[in-house]
Design a protein around this ligand. Structure first.
Ligand SMILES: [Zn+2]
Ligand SMILES: [Zn+2]
Length: 260
């Protein structure tokens, strides 16, 4: 079995066929998935979805590209919501996205620090979105971990080797998406080969970034199989070994998520 540790099942792309998408995931061996929050104020939508599907869990947080919309939400509110709902198993996604310059770096950082505080307090993993921000992210993670450890995931990892190394040294998990499968991603596969096995996760980030086999199509949780295949090949492991490793890691990392 596999777990898709990062998808966005609330997005409009999935509205009409969510039942089939969850069923196709199960049929492909993707037995559980975590649908990731991008706005705290839309948590009710995620809770409605997780309430409908026993195998779907969620997070709570503000995507860095929405940072200015939720600067009024303190860490205490993230903590309260995470503790109030059984299906909330992670904090985020939060982070730094300097690729799109729609949000001020200060606002993104303010949001990120609140999410770190919430992860430290709840002990739920922080789902980190980091794009074109390797140095700032490494500096913040190093400094904040120094104040008190918190579990975290560098999601949809596509950054450089230095950030991967820092993430691993600080106790984090590295999650690979369909980007790993693209022909031009050899450098990323080289980085993946250096990550300790007990820190590897797989995800789709659906509806974005369909892996190679379905390139150009709308992504969905069942497609995480292709990423796990390529990760297995990269590490010289069998698919079954890779599935077992990433699934064990997912349950250790998302410690509040039960095995269904
Ligand atoms: Zn992201
Ligand atoms: Zn995402």
């Amino acid at each position: 079995m596999l777990i898709d540790t990062h998808c966005h099942l609330d997005f409009a792309d999935f509205e009409a066929e969510r039942d089939e998408i969850v069923r196709r995931a199960h049929d492909a061996g993707v037995k559980q998935m975590v649908t990731i929050s991008t706005r705290v104020r839309k948590l009710d939508t995620l809770l409605a979805i997780t309430g409908k599907y026993p195998s779907v869990f969620c997070s709570v947080g503000t995507h860095p590209n929405n940072a200015d919309e939720e600067l009024d939400i303190p860490a205490e509110e993230l903590i309260r919501l995470a503790n109030a709902h059984e299906k909330v198993v992670a904090i985020g996604e939060a982070g730094l996205d300097y690729f799109y310059d729609t949000q001020k770096p200060e606002d993104q950082k303010t949001g990120l620090l609140r999410h770190i505080e919430a992860a430290r307090e709840t002990k739920l993993p922080l789902v980190i979105h980091s794009r074109s921000a390797d140095e700032d992210m490494a500096a913040i993670l190093t400094e904040e971990t120094g104040k008190g450890a918190f579990p975290f995931i560098l999601h949809c990892f596509s950054a450089g080797a230095d950030l991967a190394r820092t993430g691993v040294e600080l106790g984090g998990y590295i999650s690979f998406s369909g980007i790993l499968t693209f022909p031009k991603s050899q450098e990323l596969r080289d980085i993946a080969a250096t990550i300790p096995h007990d820190r590897l996760l797989v995800e789709t980030d659906a509806p974005y970034l369909a892996p190679k086999r379905w390139r150009g199509k709308r992504n969905e949780p069942s497609y995480v199989v292709n990423t796990a295949e390529v990760l297995a090949e990269t590490l010289g492991l069998s698919y079954a070994e890779m599935a077992a490793i990433t699934t064990d890691n997912a349950f250790r990392c998302f410690s509040k998520m039960p095995r269904i």
